[in-house]
Write a protein of this length. Structure first.
Length: 246
């Protein structure tokens, strides 16, 4: 830009700084094209803002491809005068999938670790939720539109267990599911480690889950639905205008 404008690089940098312009940064985004977006949006938020009585609300999803990565050399811990270190290269020892159901009101989790994330594993997880919750309470599950969640065998099982009520987030809107916030904590925990096997990774996750349930942390939805929709509508309008001008 400095060359094209015939000014110095320092002048360009000063102008960018004065106008808070950061051309070297890019922020990713994705607007949902789900035709039922608002209906599903309010359905999920409604469970957060006004949970039904005599029922449990679970935010459910699977964190697939958790990698057991072994660092090629041991790192140094945080200390006075130096930061914590970790090698940039590693050996892969395989992956696992973590299924999690976050109890919205209590912050506790029901979880299951598997090698795959097919409809069979999802169905087994639903059965675990069924076993570990009081039978006199309805179960409201918030999940995404992943195909395994709507498999015919899953639907058949749900039909035989009417206390289960599925609430699907809109397409490309995983941010509505609060279990994703918990998965970020899991990622932070395993990112710090070095694992020589999938079993060692699984043991680390199991220990973390046990600690988490012993001292549960609840994630409370506070954002106003109307404000979120206003921003989404504004973004769609900007994109529509830009598309019309291309």
């Amino acid at each position: 830009m400095a060359k094209a404008a015939g000014v110095s690089k320092a002048s360009v940098q000063r102008l960018w700084a004065a106008n808070d312009t950061k051309p070297h940064l890019t922020r990713t985004f994705k607007l949902s094209n789900d035709p039922c977006f608002e209906e599903r949006f309010w359905d999920v938020i409604g469970l957060y803002l006004d949970p039904p009585e005599k029922a449990l609300v679970f935010c459910c999803d699977e964190k697939s491809r958790c990698q057991a990565l072994e660092r090629t050399q041991p790192g140094l811990p945080l200390g006075i005068g130096h930061i914590k270190t970790a090698t940039h290269d590693y050996i892969r020892h395989g992956t696992l999938t973590l299924f999690a159901a976050l109890n919205y009101l209590e912050g506790k989790l029901i979880s299951q670790i598997t090698e795959q994330h097919r409809h069979q594993e999802w169905l087994a997880f639903l059965k675990k939720i069924h076993r570990e919750t009081p039978k006199d309470l309805d179960i409201h599950l918030i999940a995404d539109n992943y195909a395994t969640h709507k498999h015919p065998e899953v639907k058949a099982w749900l039909a035989k267990h009417p206390r289960f009520h599925m609430h699907f987030t809109p397409t490309s809107s995983s941010w509505l599911n609060l279990v994703e916030r918990f998965f970020r904590d899991v990622t932070d925990r395993i990112a710090e480690g070095s694992f020589s096997s999938v079993k060692q990774l699984a043991d680390t996750i199991i220990t973390f889950l046990a600690e988490r349930n012993e001292h549960p942390k609840r994630y409370v939805w506070k954002a106003k639905g109307e404000e979120i929709l206003r921003k989404i509508h504004a973004a769609r309008e900007i994109l529509s205008k830009r598309a019309a001008n291309v």
